[in-house]
Design a protein around this ligand. Structure first.
Ligand code: NI
Length: 264
């Protein structure tokens, strides 16, 4: 089988993969047709683990950044390491670290980190991406208006992952030249926005993603997700658009390589 699956957003450093990570990444996923993965750092620990994964597996690339949920006290209170932004700057110079991510705003769990602090950390990382001419991977949960404002202000290249906004917001993001990431949510029964966006999105702006270990598609909803399940989303998007799933997979892989500057 031709390897067509490019997963533009996964967390294989997550402890849910501790028991079988090597088996999965070394054997199961390549045999299932996975040709590329972009692993995300969410906190500094995850960023170092992401670098290690990219060094171990040829088809794995990485993004490093601080997720809004991880931008609170823990981040600033770590006296043992250098300033987090300097640590990121160093990691971003590594050959297979190709984006700043995942970064953004999450107003769902404000106890983890207050709004103002999230915005400060997001802005600093958008600046860093601009300085290094790197694309960004953006997380936006219940923060659509503010996210859009930051993207308009900083004009980064990149993708809004697990896109959950309306068609109107999708249009605004596309106008900025960015991509939209779609994953398992498009297969959910209640996925109104994702379905509308998947129908309308130009094929050359679509990225496929898992957000593994989270967001498994139907019929695996609620179970651990991995990149071999991406064809379920591709199938659904293909049905919505009247296109073959292979067409969707191939376009999404090409788009990921173009956006992140990866070899074919
Ligand atoms: Ni994620």
């Amino acid at each position: 089988m031709e390897a067509l699956i490019f997963d533009s957003h996964a967390h294989y450093d997550d402890e849910q993969f501790d028991a079988d990570r090597d088996e999965l990444l070394g054997k199961v996923l390549p045999e299932a047709g996975v040709c590329g993965i972009l692993n995300m750092g969410a906190d500094l620990r995850g960023c170092y683990d992401t670098v290690a994964l990219t060094e171990k597996y040829g088809y794995i690339y990485g993004a490093v950044g601080i997720h809004p949920e991880c931008a609170g006290d823990k981040l600033t209170a770590d006296p043992s390491s250098e300033h987090w932004l300097e640590a990121l700057r160093k990691l971003l110079k590594k050959e297979k670290i190709v984006a700043v991510g995942e970064i953004g705003l999450d107003y769902h769990w404000l106890e983890a980190c207050p709004k103002e602090r999230q915005q400060e950390v997001f802005a600093a990382q958008l600046e860093l991406a601009k300085e290094l001419s790197l694309p960004v991977v953006v997380h936006d949960r219940e923060a659509h208006a503010d996210t859009l404002e930051f993207l308009r202000r900083y004009r980064p290249q990149g993708v809004v992952h697990c896109f959950s906004g309306s068609v109107e917001m999708a249009r605004e993001i596309l106008k900025l030249g960015m991509y939209l990431g779609i994953g398992g949510v498009v297969t959910f029964k209640n996925a109104r926005h994702a379905v509308e966006v998947a129908k309308e999105l130009p094929l050359d702006r679509l990225l496929l993603e898992t957000d593994a270990p989270y967001m498994a598609p139907v019929p695996y909803r609620g179970k651990r997700n991995d990149s071999s399940l991406i064809p379920y989303a591709a199938q659904k998007i293909g049905e919505l658009r009247g296109e073959a799933p292979e067409t969707i997979l191939r376009a999404a892989a090409e788009n990921a390589r173009r956006l992140f500057g990866l070899p074919a």
